[in-house]
Ligand binder design. Structure first.
Ligand SMILES: Cc1cc2nc3c(=O)[nH]c(=O)nc-3n(C[C@H](O)[C@H](O)[C@H](O)COP(=O)(O)OP(=O)(O)OC[C@H]3O[C@@H](n4cnc5c(N)ncnc54)[C@H](O)[C@@H]3O)c2cc1C
Length: 499
């Protein structure tokens, strides 16, 4: 137990050495302990990793989230955890002092849910990966990202279904589901999860699997991000991988509706062997792109030979000759490098919904019409309307088999707008208003559901959209494992279902 004298000493110590801009007066420390006096020095001293304060050199680097919209949310300190014990120390500290905190792994939450003005608990430097090839499993620590996972596994003919962006944290990815080009072939990332270790609200560490805390294991596969505990490691089933064929097709403008209909049919007819990410987008910068400026693209993988893929693609290629047509037979890991996205840090707003069957002609027309209403800004818009392939193996698990409920859909539909620091606030406001209206206009063609890993703070009815029929059960799990709602943020799983 820290005495008043020690608290004051700590305050003085921090005041004198590192705290700039938040100097606690003795008067403050006597009444309500200031932030610096509240045991932070002890946390700083005890950590295996490092506690960074705003005046520390690495702070600006560690604070920046992927979506710069949340870049001005400044934590009072960043705990760079190096061990499970560090995570326990942070949770104990936050609960003792009733301070808010947020958990961060890769920092890619679109809605800034890994930002806080309290303590930022970062696991990003917990990067261990171990493999047990005899049992076909791999265990990764909470800070491993997609790139780390690929680097560790590429030497062996096994993989874990993961996402496209190299710097997305495996933690955030698996806890929300985890879409990737292997999803319709082998399932979501969370479908390969065997167990995880988590630091809970009382700072204890538990194993979570089908055999231990199985109700929590159900919940964290689709609703685990920031909701129940801090996950320090994950053990996955490995899948054997061999050669595949990647493809990239870009058409000139024209026949957009026919192409997007045919791409969806191709995906649905070959759900387990093909994975597509198809989209329409303007081919040049500028407001109000004409229909003749909108092009269709499809990138993906075929789990077979190029020759067989060419046959499957023939009807599609007959609609309109593509400007770009690449089929490449390559190893799984070469394919992964080919399909990987760059790391688009920036300023953006986005929404997600699910497509139950297909987006038909009228829905695609609506989408294209809204694209032509984009009000302008300095950036080329590449992600105005994307269809990510679901279905196939994702449907092998029942809607209530894990907390991820969107098993009865064929695609995730993403709508996005991006801007740059050059764009004035009125330009940004118009873009965001456009996105909200475009989202509303598309809803009649979509399932009223959203992917929790593509979150939006302004979404109405977010709990039902993320969790659907699994929401009530999730609240019961929350009551059991986190009854005091220690793990909470703007869209955390509620203790009771809102009426
Ligand atoms: C450029 C980009 C590309 C993307 N590509 C894909 C894709 O291909 N497929 C896909 O499915 N998604 C994709 N996403 C979405 C991505 O899956 C989610 O944003 C995911 O939550 C990010 O995880 P993170 O660890 O990087 O983010 P963070 O912001 O660190 O965390 C996301 C959420 O999980 C919580 N969290 C993080 N670590 C832990 C932990 N160890 N224990 C408990 N809670 C934790 C955080 O508090 C936060 O609520 C992409 C996002 C971006 C920005």
């Amino acid at each position: 137990m820290t005495t008043r004298r020690e608290l004051l000493k700590m305050g003085g110590l921090l005041t004198g050495s590192v705290m700039v801009g938040a100097v606690p007066s003795i008067a403050t420390a006597k009444s309500v302990p200031s932030w610096s006096a509240r045991g932070l020095a002890a946390l700083q001293r005890d950590m295996d990793g490092r506690l960074l304060l705003p005046s520390d050199e690495g702070f600006p680097l560690m604070v920046a989230p992927n979506n710069a919209r949340w870049g001005n949310v400044t934590p009072k300190a960043i705990a760079l955890c190096a061990s499970e014990a560090d995570v326990q120390r942070c949770i104990r500290w936050a609960t003792d002092y009733k301070e808010q905190f947020a958990i961060r792994s890769g920092g890619h939450s679109y809605a800034g849910f890994s930002t806080t003005s309290g303590l930022l608990l970062s696991v990003r430097y917990m990067k261990g990966v171990t493999m047990d090839l005899k049992n076909g499993t791999a265990t990764i620590q909470g800070g491993v990202n997609n790139q780390d996972m690929a680097d560790a596994l590429r030497a062996v003919p096994y993989a874990i279904p993961s996402g496209r962006c190299p710097t997305v944290g495996a933690s955030g990815l698996v806890l929300g589901g985890g879409w990737g080009f292997a999803a319709s072939h082998k399932g979501l990332t969370c479908d390969s999860l065997l167990s995880t270790r988590a630091v809970m609200a009382n700072a204890s560490v538990i194993n979570v699997s089908g055999a231990e805390s199985d109700d929590l294991f159900w919940a964290i596969r689709g609703a685990g991000g920031g909701n129940f505990g801090v996950h320090t490691s994950f053990t996955f089933k490995l899948h054997e991988v061999g050669d595949v064929t990647t493809f990239n097709m870009v058409w000139p403008s024209g026949k957009q509706v026919e192409l997007l209909e045919a791409l969806q049919k191709l995906q649905i007819d070959n759900a387990r062997t093909i994975a597509t990410r198809s989209k329409a987008r303007p081919n040049k910068k500028g407001a109000f792109p004409a229909r003749s400026d909108l092009i269709v693209e499809s990138l993906g993988v075929y789990w077979g030979k190029a020759e067989a893929l060419r046959e499957l693609m023939a009807p599609l290629l007959a609609i309109l000759k593509p400007d770009v047509l690449e089929f490449r037979e390559q190893s799984y890991w070469q394919a992964r490098d080919y399909l990987v996205t760059d790391d688009p840090t920036g300023l953006y707003d986005m929404n997600s919904s699910y497509v139950g069957s297909t987006l038909g002609g009228e829905a695609i027309e609506t989408m294209l019409n809204w694209m032509s209403r984009w009000p302008g800004g300095t950036l080329l818009q590449e992600n105005m309307g994307i269809l990510f392939a679901m279905g196939g193996a994702v449907k092998d698990i029942a809607v209530d088999g894990t907390a991820y409920p969107h098993r009865n859909s064929n695609f995730v539909f993403e709508q996005e707008t991006m801007w740059s620091p050059l764009d004035r606030p009125d330009v940004v406001a118009r873009q965001r208003d456009w996105l909200a209206q475009y989202y509303d206009a598309m809803q009649r063609y979509l399932q009223p559901r959203s992917y929790v890993n593509f979150p939006n703070r302004d979404m109405k009815d977010w709990a039902n959209r993320y969790y659907g029929e699994n929401l009530a059960r999730l609240s019961r799990v929350k009551q059991k494992y986190d009854p005091k709602n220690v793990f909470h943020f703007a869209q955390s799983v509620p203790l009771a279902v809102p009426r």
